[in-house]
Ligand binder design. Sequence first.
Ligand SMILES: [Zn+2]
Length: 433
Amino acid sequence: MLEYWIQNGASTSGISKDVLKDALSNIFTHDKKHTKLSKSLFQQLNVNNLDKLVDFIYDSIDKANLNNRKTCSVCYNNGAFEMKGWMYPFIIAKDKFPNIYPNGKIGTLNICKNCAYKCILALKNIKFYAVEDNVNCILFFADNPTNLKRFYNTLQESIRPEWNSNINKGIILDSFLYPYELLTMILYDIAIRIEDYKNYNLGALVLGFVSTRKKIYHTTDIVNNLTPIINALKALYNIKEGKVFPLLFKGLKEGSSNRDPSVFIKRELLLKDLLNKRTINWSVLEDIIFYNIHNNKTVPFIYDFCMIIMDEFKMTDKELFDEVSSEGYRLGQKLLEENKNDIKKAKSILYELRRKRKLEEFLDEINILQLTVEEEFYDKPFKDNPEKFPKLKTFFLIGMTNAVFRSKKKQTQYNTDNNIDDKNSNEGENYES
Ligand SMILES: [Zn+2]
C-alpha cells in the first residue's frame, strides 16, 4: 500500500515550501484552515493552519537526523530515519497494524528524506468525503506515475476543499457512510467522462476510518484493475442516458435514514465484494431485495445491473442467471394474472420460496405454484446444478420480484421479447398492497 501511496507524490524537484503548500492545499480550506481529514491526520502536531504545517514539515524533513545504518523501507537507499505517523497515516509499529506492514518483518518503517517528502506530497491527490465521524478517502494508482498523472489530468477539476470534503458535490448521488460507496460514485463520474482509462491499469486505495479522538481504521484496501467496473458503469449509463445508476444505487439501501449505519452496510458490502473480490455477493443482494419487497418495491434495474456486471467481470453463470430469472419473471407474471393482481398473495409466495433452504423443498414449493397457475416450470437449470442452488434461487427471486412489482403498471402491455431494458427492469415505483 505504501508504494501506491508514494506514487501519488512522485516529484522531480528538491523539497520546496511552495510545492508542499500547493499539495497540502488539497486538504485545507481556502482560508488555510483544517478540514476533517487534515485535522485527523495532523492533530497530534498542534498546528492549526496550512502555513504552520508546511513550516513544520519542511523543517522536520530538512533537519531530520539520518542514520546511515538504516535503509529506506521504500527505495532501499542507505541513510534513513524513523517514519512518523503524520507522514503516512498507516505507519506504525508492527503490532499496531500488522496487515499492511511490509512483510511483517522489521520493527519500524524507515524512510529517506526524498521518500518522506513524496509521502506528504501524495496528499495532493487524495479525495475525501467525511460523513459525521466517518472519513472516507480514495487515492488512485496506475502502472506508472506518468499514467497516473495523465489520468488525474482527465478528471474534473477539484473543488476548493470544505470542512468535510474536497469532492465536487455533483458526483454524490446519494447519502452514504462508507468508502466503497464513495469509490463507486467517483468511478461512475469517471466512467461517463473519460475514454482512455483502459491503458492506465488503474487501481485505488480505499480507506475508511472513524475519527473520534483516535483514528480507527475499518477499511484499508488495495483494489486492482478498475477497468471492468468502469466498463460496467459506462454500460449502465448508456442504457437510459444516466437515469439508471442513480436509481439503482439508491435502491441498494435498507432504509431512508441518512445517519443510521445499518441502512448502508449491505450496500457497502455488496460494492466491496464486487470491487475487491470481483464477485456478486448473492446472499447480501437477496437481503437487499427482500428489504425492498417488504416495502412493496423492487430494486430498480437490478436485472440489468447483474447482467452487465456478470458480462464485464466475465463471471460464469451469466446464461444460467438469464434463464432462471426469466423463468421467475414468467411465473411471477402468471401468478398475478391468475390472482387478479393480488400483490399480497404474491409477496407471501416470494417469502415462502425464500424460506426454502433445500433444493427439494424449493422445487416442491414451485410445484404447488405451477399447479395453481397452470403453468409449466422449466426446472432443468436447478436439477443440473444442485450445488448452485442458493445462487439460482436468488436469480429466480430477482425475476419474480421484478414481475410482481412491475405488473400492475405493465399489465396492459404484456411483453415477451428479450429486451433487457424493458423485460426485467423497473423503475422502482412503490405499489400499495
Ligand atoms: Zn527512500
